[in-house]
Design a protein around this ligand. Structure first.
Ligand SMILES: [Zn+2]
Length: 286
C-alpha cells in the first residue's frame, strides 16, 4: 500500500481498512449521472478492482452532469464505460478496471456481477433494479442501490435515496423501495408489451421521457452510497439500510427497519446461488 497517498484517510480507516479497500472487487452497474460519481470516488478511496457495466454512449445532454466526460469527447461515439475507465486510470493506473459495454441482462454482465464482492446499482429502470437485487441476494453480494428524483413542481421536489441491501439483512423490496409492477413492465417481452398495449393502450408519457437530472443532487446521493460502502468494506461501522435525501429540506434521514420476516429476497433466495435461476432474466429486452 502507498501509505503516503492515503495518509489523510488512514487515521479514520486504519491500515486494515485501507487494505480491505485495496482487496475489494466492486461492480458498478450504470456509468451515467450517479455512476460517473461512484466510479471516481471508489478509485480515490483506494478500491483495487472496479468493474464498470453500461451499454450506453455519451449524449450531449449528459454533459451537464457526467464527471468523466471531457468537452472534446466525440458525440456520437464515446462509450460511457471507456471514459469511466479512463478516469480511473488517470487517478491511479495500478487499479484493475474491467469494462462490460453491454446491458446488465447479458451473460457477460451477470458473470461480472457474480464475480464482484460488492455491487452498486446506478440505474434508472426499476426492472434492472429488480434483477440486480435478485442476483445480489442469491449470490450474497451487498448491493447499494442509488436513486435520484427531481420534479420541477410546483413545488419543486428534489433529492434521492440510497438503499443498502445486505444478504438476509433487509433489502430494496422489504424496505418498500422497489416498484414491482413497474419492474414487471420493464422486463416484459416485446410480445407481452404488445399484448398489454393492445388492451390498455400505449403509455405515451413514458415513451422516451427523461426527468430532470442535476449534477449536485446526483453527487450528494452517490457520495452517500460510497460512504455506506466504505463503512461496510473497512469495518468502520454497519451501513444504514436506507438513507433518504430531501434537497428542499436540506435533510438526510436514516431508516434502520429490520428485514421483513417473509421477504422473498432476504429469506427466500438469499444465498441460493444458481438455484434462484436468475439467468432467466438474460432473455429480457431491457
Ligand atoms: Zn428484503
Amino acid at each position: 500500500m502507498n501509505a503516503a497517498r492515503f495518509d489523510r484517510q488512514l487515521a479514520l480507516l486504519g491500515v486494515e481498512g485501507q487494505s480491505r479497500l485495496r482487496a475489494a472487487k466492486v461492480a458498478v452497474v450504470g456509468a451515467g449521472g450517479t455512476g460517473s460519481v461512484v466510479v471516481p470516488e471508489l478509485a480515490l478511496l483506494g478500491v483495487g478492482h472496479i468493474i464498470i457495466i453500461d451499454h450506453d454512449a455519451v449524449e450531449e445532454s449528459n454533459r451537464n452532469r457526467h464527471f468523466c466526460a471531457r468537452h472534446d469527447d466525440a458525440i456520437p461515439g464515446t462509450a460511457k464505460v471507456d471514459i469511466a475507465r479512463r478516469t480511473v486510470n488517470e487517478f491511479d493506473p495500478s487499479i484493475t478496471v474491467e469494462v462490460i459495454p453491454e446491458s446488465l441482462l447479458s451473460v457477460a454482465a451477470f458473470q461480472a456481477v457474480r464475480s464482484a464482492d460488492y455491487v452498486f446499482g446506478c440505474v434508472d429502470l426499476e426492472g434492472v433494479r429488480l434483477v440486480l437485487l435478485e442476483l445480489c441476494m442469491a449470490f450474497s453480494k451487498p448491493y447499494f442501490d442509488i436513486a435520484t428524483g427531481v420534479e420541477a413542481g410546483p413545488p419543486p421536489m428534489y433529492g434521492g435515496r440510497v438503499c443498502c441491501s445486505l444478504p438476509g439483512g433487509g433489502c430494496l423490496s422489504c424496505l418498500g423501495e422497489l416498484d414491482a409492477a413497474e419492474a414487471g413492465r420493464d422486463l416484459e417481452s416485446s410480445e407481452q408489451r404488445r399484448d398489454r398495449e393492445a388492451i390498455y393502450g400505449v403509455n405515451r408519457a413514458a415513451l422516451g421521457a427523461h426527468g430532470p437530472s442535476v449534477v449536485s443532487i446526483n453527487a450528494v446521493v452517490a457520495s452517500l452510497a460510497v460512504t455506506e460502502f466504505m463503512k461496510l468494506c473497512t469495518g468502520l461501522s454497519a451501513p444504514t439500510r436506507l438513507l433518504k435525501y430531501d434537497g428542499g429540506m436540506s435533510r438526510v434521514s436514516p431508516r434502520r427497519d429490520a428485514p421483513a420476516a417473509d421477504c422473498y429476497y432476504c429469506k427466500g433466495i438469499a444465498g441460493a446461488g444458481a438455484d434462484a435461476s436468475s439467468d432467466r432474466f438474460i432473455k429480457c429486452n431491457v
